[in-house]
Design a protein around this ligand. Sequence first.
Ligand code: MV4
Length: 469
Amino acid sequence: MINKVLVANRGEIAIRIMRACRESGIATVAVYSEADRDSIFVKYADEACSIGPAPARDSYLNIPGIIKAALNCGAQAIHPGYGFLAENSDFARACEEAGIIFIGPSSRVLELVGCKTAARTTAQEAGIEIVPGINECTEPDIIEQEAEKIGYPVIIKPCDGGGGIGMQVVKSRSELKRSLEMSSAIASRAFGRGKVYVEKYLEHPRHIEVQILADSCGNIIHLGERECSIQRMHNKLVEEAPSPVITPEIRQQMGRQAVDFARKVGYLGAGTVEFIYSGGRFYFIEMNARIQVEHTVTEMVTGIDIVKEQLRIAGGLPLSVSQQEVKLNGWSIECRINAEDPLNNFTPSPGRLSGYRSPGGIGIRVDSGVYNGFMISPYYHPMISKLVAWGRNREEVILRMRRALYEYIIVGVKTNIILHKAILENPRFVSGDLGTHFIGQESSLFDDMRRIEERDRAAVERLKETFKT
Ligand code: MV4
């Protein structure tokens, strides 16, 4: 049994994890950079340990410092959250060597799924459909041959990393050389290795992912899919569960394939198998070996606390639910609320929240690490909160999310709430006609934002006046 967990992360996800610990009777240790000294997650924890000076993004990447803090505090396990060290096999190995439980899969599995071509090979071996392309990171002339074989357009992807970093879409042979160089250079800088591979580029796919849970007793289940197509430059903006296009039959197929993949690699913990969905077919692209930002929508429709399951699994307990018992109920949408200006090229807008009131009422969940007077730091991603709504069906959850966005009052920084309002009122969004190019294609969103801002101005001003400090 685990009785103390160190949370190697910050902000909303640190609090999310500590909430699950509290409900599980597990004590918590926060580690923090001096820039985060005044954050809620530092105070929520039973113990807190400073691991670096301000301004320090790197504090949360300090492997020896974090391991030392865990040993000092007597934490038997470390939860890495998302980002930072979450999928870092060196960190998982350092935990293993220090006799600390890394809450996630083994370093070996992180290495395997971290290499996207190895993951493709494994998927293929498990009988899962992958996008046409090559399964090895190889030399430019071989890639060129393969690209001719597959047919343009193709997409060049770094073998390491993921999340869209360094990916290059190539429309024709004449662009290939340049794109290869670009992709490789970006990969070198980001992942320390410039290896790339090539796949057929699917033009307007949906991005759909399946949540899985695997315990150490041999049980692996899936919790259905999330639709994450609404994104901008690989930053997801709106996610939902279930997906408007997935039928029960397709869900069962995707779920089974995700479970097969997890079994094949020897997965442990919570993970996500990413697919792209195009022309009624779906293709494996990669696995994310971590809790994801958008896990909340799956929790809302299944009623399962995914982080509590992670803690059970890490402690050697079986999953608390069987596949049979997983039932999808209603619909959920998440809006990522960021301190950024959608009317000015999404420029980050750090600063002090001089007024703050989050929405509430039936069917609303707000996961956040901020409070009235909180300083949004320029050193980290400017996410303020995840606004999550639940409804009995898609129509109800859309109306509820619009209502919650109307209630959300944030003074002192620019936010993307206005963009979320425009998306939630967009006819294509409402009809469920989503795709990864939605934001780019719906050029009316920018005029819509201005119109909605004008329309809601009086109410917003009234409320801002009330909650200003
Ligand atoms: C693709 C694709 C189309 N075809 N692969 C982006 C995130 C990463 N996990 C996988 N991604 C994609 N892989 C093939 N074969 C489209 C995406 C993709 C994307 C690509 C370029 C620009 C924006 C995008 C947004 C979402 C997904």
